[in-house]
Design a protein around this ligand. Sequence first.
Ligand code: ADP
Ligand code: MG
Ligand code: MG
Length: 287
Amino acid sequence: MATCENYTILRKLGTGGFADVFLARNDNDQSICALKVIVKNSGFNEEFEAYIQKEIDTMKDLHHNYILNLVDSNMNAVYKRNTGAAYDVCFMALELAHEGDLFDYILQTNPFSEELVRYYLHQMVEAFDYMNQKGITHRDLKPENLLFDSEFNIKVSDFGWASRQARNTSNAGTLNYMAPEIKMQETYSPYPADIFSLGILLFTMVAKHPPFSMPDTQDKYYKVLVSNRSDLFWKYHTKRKPSGLDYFSESFRDLITQMLQLDPVTRPSLAEIKSHEWFNLPIPSKQ
Ligand code: ADP
Ligand code: MG
Ligand code: MG
């Protein structure tokens, strides 16, 4: 059995940009967790160490039903494989999200109904409201970083790019979900940048693919969206589905169009999202 300090590794759960995540058992109390392991390979330097430490510190500050909980961490641990090979690592022991990440569901299942997307938007808005009240933005919102617990509640995870600054200049996040002001390397406020990513996410949950190949002004459909012809954008995207024109309701299109505006100032705040018509339509009772 592979081990990492007092954890026995049971199987792999996922891989991210930097980390491998394993299902693991804490040998002290037999509890089960997700162990996020970062190997200190040749690329590991002080800057990377500070990045991991920041991720840990951010998570320590966040305790919310819809945010993944950190239970333990270690910056100087040893990961031993069953072959006997040993590696210096950092790890985070995380609450296990039994049902894995949203990315897998988008790939495997039928498109989410708008009702179900709304159900999850309510949970995400609660999580982001809480985070924002603590002055924290996420900056890497995408399906791979949204997990489900055993009752299919959202657990926002992966705070590697999270920020406590009101203004940022650094590149953060993942291209298809990235706000254009980040892509254009301007100084930006991370709050509306998160709203943009959330808008892409809402679109993707229904369409099963993100709306732009790249969220920059070069994308034809991006230009169409932010021009006063956003109707063409929606026409294009609804044509791609055999189910026809109805697959985004008018009210849902309106919300997403607002969230994907080029000018961050014109995007709705969380409070404005909460007062949008679509947000206040019925949600399914507990899944
Ligand atoms: P990275 O920072 O390298 O992107 P993540 O924290 O996003 O790493 O984890 C990578 C993947 O591992 C996730 O996309 C998900 O599939 C899986 N994963 C991460 N944390 C958990 C968890 N607590 N429970 C179950 N699966 C997880
Ligand atoms: Mg990730
Ligand atoms: Mg990360």
